[in-house]
Design a protein around this ligand. Structure first.
Ligand code: CA
Length: 374
């Protein structure tokens, strides 16, 4: 009997198995996909907010941020959602570090040297006058200890910091009159922020800071005699070429790096795969923004040459550069003497640059110098 019962049970299972395979077993068992889904834990979705220094639709900068949010959403299959607030909304373009540190926002996109007033060492993660070029600086960040030093500095401010796209060499600025000697700088009223402003102040320049929206009017009315902004990619939109015919080559921001920042607690709480997705998306976008800035600079410089032939591109004299470098070195030494962290950053960059620059000169520089297009 046992055998017969057993055989019947087997037969019943066999038949229902055939029915399932044939797709006729809906009433007997759930579909395999649904069963698998029911066994999965519920997906946890992280909703983050990012505050950027830029207004909505700011060329390249805000687009880089939009792109990171989109990439992260797609790559994480919707597990990490980043909502972006522009400066139009949060009204604190220079308050990003405080807001991300406080956890009001989990992320920010801004520039490290804006925090110079809180911590002078933050300048080293943007660019330094007469400092490294873009490839040199990325090599320092990723292979020369720069990333580790950056996290060490920013740990005190409650955030992790990441590169966020590089402007390349910025132009030295727009001048209404030609600058031939050091005397031409004395009493000159110029908008130039940061460490470069301190250098020029030592040479007798009257340094002012004016909000971007008022720059054109200030230069046009003679409230200032000169200003520096970024480079052709951004400067032509501002219209400076119409009122200041001398455009000087750069020295003050050879490789201005933008900054992503992430609240440390929020980042540490993310699962490992979302951390990796976020870091990878930021790094990819950093490369893309850097390439786009080079592209836009080149296109707009060509436009400047054809549409505004009256603009003269100039380079400061060796005498002026020498005085700027001396002022730069004495300011660096002053800061290093009173701030051990500043000294650690200065020593790191100087040591790295000694090798990196020797290689740049014999590679990129020699190649370009000896292989001019015309
Ligand atoms: Ca600038």
């Amino acid at each position: 009997m046992r055998n017969i019962t057993g055989s019947r049970t087997f037969l019943a299972l066999f038949v229902s198995g055939i029915l399932l395979l044939a797709g006729c077993g809906e009433q007997q068992a759930p579909a395999p996909e649904a069963a698998a889904k029911a066994a999965e834990p519920a997906k946890q979705v992280y909703h983050w907010k990012l505050a950027m220094t830029w207004p909505t639709n700011f060329p390249i900068f805000s687009q880089a941020v939009d792109s990171v949010a989109e990439k992260v959403k797609t790559m994480s299959n919707g597990e990490l959602i980043i909502e972006i607030d522009s400066a139009n909304k949060h009204k604190a373009p220079l308050g990003i570090l405080d807001m991300v540190n406080a956890g009001q926002y989990q992320m920010g996109h801004t520039v490290s040297y804006y925090w110079k007033g809180k911590d002078a060492s933050t300048m080293f993660f943007t660019t330094m006058p007469f400092g490294m070029t873009t490839p040199e600086q990325y090599a320092w960040f990723y292979y020369g200890g720069g990333m580790e030093l950056m996290q060490k500095v920013y740990a005190k401010h409650g955030v992790y910091s990441f590169p966020g796209g590089n402007t390349g060499v910025q132009m030295g600025g727009w001048f209404r009159k030609e600058i031939k000697t050091l005397d031409d700088l004395k009493g000159l009223k110029m908008r130039i922020p940061g460490f470069a402003g301190e250098i020029l102040a030592k040479l007798g320049v009257v340094v002012t800071n004016i909000p971007p929206g008022e720059l054109y009017t200030a230069l046009d009315r003679g409230t200032i005699d000169a200003l520096e902004w970024v480079g052709p990619a951004f400067d032509l939109n501002m219209g400076f070429q119409k009122i200041a015919p001398f455009y000087y080559t750069g020295w003050q921001e050879p490789a201005a790096e933008l900054q992503f920042m992430v609240n440390r607690k929020a980042f540490d709480e993310l699962p490992k795969h979302l951390q990796e997705i976020l870091v990878t998306a930021m790094k990819a976008e950093t490369l893309d923004a850097t390439a786009r800035m080079f592209n836009d600079n080149a296109l707009n410089f060509a436009k400047l040459s054809t549409d505004y032939p009256e603009v003269k591109v100039k380079t400061f004299s060796p005498e002026i550069f020498k005085a700027m470098k001396e002022a730069n070195n004495s300011l660096l030494e002053e800061n290093a003497a009173k701030d051990p962290q500043f000294k650690e950053l200065l020593d790191s960059q100087r040591a790295y640059m000694a090798n990196a620059r020797a290689w740049s000169l014999v590679s990129d520089y020699a190649y370009m110098k000896d292989n001019q297009l015309n």
